[in-house]
Design a protein around this ligand. Structure first.
Ligand SMILES: *[C@@H]1O[C@H](CO)[C@@H](O)[C@H](O)[C@H]1NC(C)=O
Ligand SMILES: *[C@@H]1O[C@H](CO)[C@@H](O)[C@H](O)[C@H]1NC(C)=O
Ligand SMILES: *[C@@H]1O[C@H](CO)[C@@H](O)[C@H](O)[C@H]1NC(C)=O
Length: 638
C-alpha cells in the first residue's frame, strides 16, 4: 500500500454480539441520557493526547467542572537538558460512564514485541462493563499488540487485527457495548497526527448506592475487575474458602503480601489468594512501601490487615531497603511463628497454593539444609512440567511465593547491611541467595503454584514471555504430594544416587530430536557434560548452557541444580539428569569411556544442530496472532 494515501475515518455504531445484558443497558443509556461528554483524541508520530469536556444537557455548553486533559508529546526538559520523547505504545484510558471522569490511564510500551501485549490484555480483561474506554497509539504500538488483538476484536474493534505495525489508531468504545468511533491512519509517509472528536452519551443508569464505600471507590478507579463490575460484582468480603487437609500447619503462619501503588494488580492478587482453599484471612498482612490512599482504601474494603513501612532511596536500592524493613517487621511482629509466606502484589496463586505449603512447611524447621520452600517452580517450564504431585530440591533463590522460617529471617537480618554495597547491584532475592543461603537448598514443585503476571517497565520482556508467561500452573487444589519425607537431605541424596546409578546413559548430541528415546515406561537417563573451573576459579557453565537449552530448559544460570545436576522432565515418563563432571559429586558416575560433552569439541554439523534446535525452541510456542503484522514487518510470510 506504499504511496497510496489510505486514510480511514469511521464513525460507526456497532452492537457487539453476545453482550446481552450490556446491550440492554446501552439502549437504555441512549434513550434517556441527560448529559453528554465531548472527547477529542489524537494519535500520531509525535505522541498522543486526550481531552474530555462535559456538557450539561440543559444549556448544551461546557459545564465548568469535569474537563480532563492528558497528553504526551515531545517535551523540552528546560535548562538545556534536552527534549524528552513521549512514551511510545498503546494507551488505555478509562472514563467513568456517568461523569466522564478519567479513572485509569496508562501507556503500554507495545513498540516492544514481547510480553507487554499480555499486560494490556490483562488490563482490558479487568475493565468493568459499561465503562468508556479510549485507546490510542502513541508514536508506535501495533507491532507489539500480538495476541491482545484477539480480545480487542472480540470487544468490537474492526481494525485491531489488521493494522500495519506503524499505524496510528484510535478507538473509543463502551466496554461490553458499542463502538463510538474507530479510526486508523496507515500511511507511514504522513507525519501529521490524526484527531478525532466525538460526543459521548453518558449513562443514566442509576448509580449503585454511594453510601457503600465500594461504589464510592469505583467512582474513581478503573480496571479493578469484579470489584467494580455492576453486573456481576465480586462478593465482598470474599467468601471463606474450604480448608485443606493439613490446615493446622497453616494456622500459625502469616502470609505477607508486599505491595505498593499498583492497586489493580493488588486487588486481583488478594482476591485470588483469599479465595484459595486453605486461606486464613486474618493471617494475611499487606506490607506497603508506597501507600497512596487508593491502596489503603482498597485494603479497608477487603478488610485485610496492612501496615506501611515508608522507604527512601531509588529503584533497586529502595527495593533492597524495603525488603530489609519487611523482614525486620515480620521478625518483630511474629516472633513465635514457625515460618512466614511471602508474596508480591503481582503474583497470582494457584488453587493448590496453600495445600502445597501445608504439606511442605514442616521441612523448614526440620532440615537445616533447606532454607526456603518456593511455590514457584525453578525448572517447570513449558513442556517440562507434568506431575503436580512431584516436589524437588535444589540450589535456587527464593522466588514468587515462598516460605522461610523465622529463624532464617533473624539470621538474615543480622547480616543484612543498611545499604547495599555499590558493587552489589543484584536484587534482594539474589542477594539472599549469594550471601545468606550458605549452600542450603530450596524445595520447589515440578509444576508451579504461582504465576508472576505483573509486567513492569524494566522487565526483561523476552524472557518473561519465553519462560514465565508460558509456564504451566496447577489448576486444581488438594493435590496430594508424594514422598515429602524423601526431601530431607539424607533420603534425597540416597534416592538421587540410586536413581542415577540405574539410569541409562545418553551420548549423542542433546540437540538432536532423537536424543531422548521415546519410551513407554518410566525411564531415567543420564547425560554427562564437562563442568570445570575457569582459570580465575569460577565454574564454566558454557556446556551446561547449551545442553540445557537443547532440551528447552533454563540454562541461563545455575538456578535449579542439585549438586551440579539438573533434573529435566522431558515427559511424564522420561527424566533426564544433566550431570556436570568432574565438578558434581555425582560426576564420578560418568564412566571413563564416555567423554563428557563439550561444546567446543563439536563437529561443524553438530554445532549447526545446536544452533538450529535452540532457534527452534525460541520461536516455537510463541503464538503470533496478528500475523498480518508479522508479515508486513518482516516483508515475507512468517
Ligand atoms: C490482623 O488483625 C487482627 C485484628 O486486629 C489480628 O487479630 C490479627 O493477628 C492480624 N493478623 C496479622 C497477620 O497481622
Ligand atoms: C515414593 O517412595 C516409594 C519408596 O521409595 C516409591 O516406591 C514410590 O514410587 C515413590 N512414589 C513416588 C510417586 O515417587
Ligand atoms: C513398550 O516398548 C517396548 C520396547 O520398545 C515394546 O517391545 C513393547 O511392545 C511396548 N509396549 C507397549 C505396551 O507399547
Amino acid at each position: 500500500m506504499s504511496g497510496v494515501i489510505r486514510l480511514v475515518l469511521l464513525l460507526i455504531e456497532v452492537m457487539v454480539m453476545g453482550a446481552t445484558s450490556h446491550d440492554h443497558r446501552e439502549q437504555k443509556q441512549q434513550q434517556n441520557n441527560h448529559d453528554v461528554s465531548g472527547v477529542s483524541v489524537w494519535s500520531g508520530d509525535s505522541g498522543w493526547g486526550l481531552q474530555v469536556h462535559r456538557y450539561c444537557q440543559l444549556n448544551h455548553h461546557r459545564c465548568n467542572e469535569g474537563m480532563e486533559v492528558t497528553r504526551d508529546g515531545w517535551v523540552d526538559a528546560g535548562e538545556g537538558r534536552g527534549i524528552i520523547p513521549p512514551a511510545q505504545g498503546i494507551t488505555i484510558t478509562v472514563l467513568n460512564q456517568r461523569t466522564a471522569q478519567l479513572i485509569f490511564s496508562r501507556v503500554f510500551p507495545l513498540r516492544l514485541y514481547w510480553a507487554h501485549w499480555a499486560d494490556l490484555d490483562w488490563h482490558m480483561k479487568h475493565i468493568a462493563p459499561g465503562r468508556i474506554v479510549i485507546m490510542a497509539v502513541s508514536v508506535s504500538g501495533i507491532y507489539g499488540l500480538r495476541h491482545a488483538s484477539i480480545r480487542l476484536a472480540a470487544l468490537g474493534s474492526l481494525f485491531a487485527r489488521h493494522l500495519p505495525p506503524t499505524a496510528h489508531w484510535t478507538w473509543v468504545f463502551i466496554m461490553g457495548g458499542r463502538t463510538i468511533s474507530e479510526t486508523a491512519h496507515i500511511n507511514t509517509h504522513i507525519h501529521l497526527p490524526h484527531h478525532v472528536h466525538v460526543l459521548l452519551p453518558l449513562s443514566s443508569i442509576p448509580h449503585p448506592p454511594k453510601s457503600h464505600s465500594r461504589w464510592q471507590y469505583c467512582e474513581n478507579h478503573g480496571a479493578m475487575g469484579g470489584l467494580c463490575d455492576e453486573v456481576s460484582p465480586d462478593p465482598l468480603p470474599p467468601p471463606i474458602p474450604s480448608p485443606v487437609v493439613k490446615q493446622d500447619q497453616l494456622t500459625p503462619v502469616p502470609v505477607i503480601v508486599t505491595a505498593g501503588k499498583r492497586h489493580q494488580y493488588l486487588y486481583h492478587t488478594l482476591i485470588t489468594l483469599m479465595t484459595t482453599p486453605g486461606a486464613i484471612h486474618h493471617n494475611i498482612l499487606v506490607i506497603l512501601g508506597d501507600a497512596p490512599a487508593s491502596t489503603t482504601f482498597l485494603l479497608h474494603l477487603l478488610n485485610v490487615n496492612y501496615t506501611t513501612l515508608p522507604v527512601y532511596g531509588h529503584q533497586n536500592n529502595k527495593l533492597f531497603r524495603y525488603y530489609r524493613a519487611v523482614f525486620n517487621h515480620v521478625a518483630v511482629t511474629f516472633p513465635n511463628a514457625p515460618a512466614a509466606i511471602f508474596l508480591d502484589e503481582d503474583v497470582e496463586v494457584s488453587p493448590d497454593f496453600f495445600s502445597y505449603f501445608s504439606q511442605t512447611l514442616w521441612l523448614l524447621n526440620y532440615d537445616p539444609s533447606i532454607y526456603c520452600i518456593n511455590a514457584h517452580s525453578a525448572t517447570g517450564f513449558r513442556g517440562l512440567a507434568h506431575d503436580p504431585s512431584t516436589v524437588l530440591r535444589a540450589r535456587v533463590q527464593v522466588s514468587w511465593g515462598y516460605a522461610i522460617s523465622l529463624n532464617f529471617i533473624r539470621e538474615l537480618i543480622t547480616i543484612w547491611p543498611e545499604d547495599i554495597n555499590h558493587k552489589d547491584t543484584v536484587l534482594y532475592d539474589a542477594w539472599v541467595y549469594l550471601h545468606a543461603s550458605q549452600g542450603r537448598e530450596c524445595v520447589f514443585p515440578e509444576v508451579s503454584r504461582t504465576r508472576h503476571y505483573g509486567i513492569g517497565v524494566n522487565t526483561d520482556a523476552w524472557s518473561t514471555e519465553q519462560w514465565f508467561l508460558t509456564q504451566p500452573l496447577v489448576t486444581h487444589s488438594h493435590v496430594h504430594l508424594s514422598n515429602i519425607t524423601d526431601l530431607t537431605l539424607k533420603p534425597w541424596q540416597h534416592k538421587f544416587l540410586s536413581t542415577l546409578q540405574h539410569a541409562t546413559f545418553l551420548t549423542t548430541n542433546p540437540c538432536l530430536p532423537t536424543f531422548v528415546p521415546s519410551v513407554n515406561t518410566t525411564t531415567y537417563f543420564i547425560f554427562c557434560y564437562a563442568l570445570n573451573r575457569k582459570p580465575e576459579g569460577n565454574l564454566n557453565y558454557q556446556n551446561f548452557y547449551f545442553a540445557a537449552k537443547c532440551l528447552n530448559a533454563w540454562g541461563v544460570s545455575e538456578q535449579g541444580l542439585h549438586e551440579g545436576v539438573l533434573t529435566i522432565r522431558t515427559s511424564l515418563l522420561t527424566t533426564v539428569y544433566l550431570v556436570g563432571t568432574p565438578y558434581s559429586p555425582y560426576g564420578y558416575l560418568c564412566p571413563k569411556h564416555i567423554l563428557p560433552w563439550s561444546y567446543d569439541e563439536l563437529s561443524d554439523d553438530d554445532e549447526q544442530h545446536v544452533v538450529d534446535r535452540i532457534r527452534q525452541h525460541e520461536i516455537e510456542g510463541i503464538i503470533q496472532n496478528n500475523m498480518q503484522v508479522a508479515k508486513l514487518q518482516f516483508g515475507q510470510t512468517a
